[in-house]
Ligand binder design. Sequence first.
Ligand code: NAP
Length: 252
Amino acid sequence: MEEMKKELSGKVALVTGAGRGIGKAIALKLAEQGATVLVNYKGSGERALEVVSQIEETGGCAEAVCCNVADFEACGRMVEEIIAKYNRVDILVNNAGITRDNLLMRMTEEEYDSVLDTNLKGAFNTMRYLSRFFLKQRSGKIINISSVSGVLGNAGQANYSASKAGLIGLTKSVARELASRGICVNAVAPGFVDTDMTKNMPEKAREAALGTIPMNRMGRPEDIAETVAFLAGSGSDYITGQVICVDGGMAI
Ligand code: NAP
């Protein structure tokens, strides 16, 4: 019997920061739906290769690609190599992100710049180089992983909130630029998700954060991946420039 065609069969997806955490869950989900997944990483090479193996073991296609998304020229080289090999990219998920939390008064210039460079400029870099191909294809899905911190603000995260709010503005502007060519650009704003990013929080801060979640539990990386898969598929073809909070109600 012929195998049923999956939602993302024949599509090529680039997921940044996909060796672990939310990015990994997104890579696995998109592969499960039939996409060939390019698993980008910066430092987690071994973990990215494990994600690739996991996808291949279940009959999917994936490749690990190393690139610091904060580096404009390196992003250009990554995109060139991907296009040379696959000749297309249909889905771009800008997930790579870091935190360097501190109170404004104590925040160093390096803490501010590094967070903006990775979280905001990183998404600009990949979109800047890939938009040419999306435009040529007259199709594409770009999904930027923002945060409720970018929607609500968060004490101790001026740099991170600025980067994630900036990412929302970037998403809306690029959505307007590319909409007439059938390219959808949306943002997902996760709340408080159980990954390396949140595991080293002091117990008190964790309890306080949990207290702000109406659903009373942390999110799972898979919760975010489900929404990203929806935005990557044809079911969201008439949605662009939106921010979907996946946060157990934090931003209500
Ligand atoms: P995580 O577990 O700390 O993982 C961060 C990922 O980003 C890693 O895969 C890392 O890759 C990658 N990365 C960092 N800098 C990079 C760079 N310069 N170039 C390429 N990749 C880079 O974090 P997470 O919780 O999964 O977060 C994923 C995204 O969700 C981030 O954008 C984060 O801001 C956002 N988010 C998370 C939460 C949460 O509660 N966890 C909430 C809201 C939003 P390497 O390990 O290879 O360096």
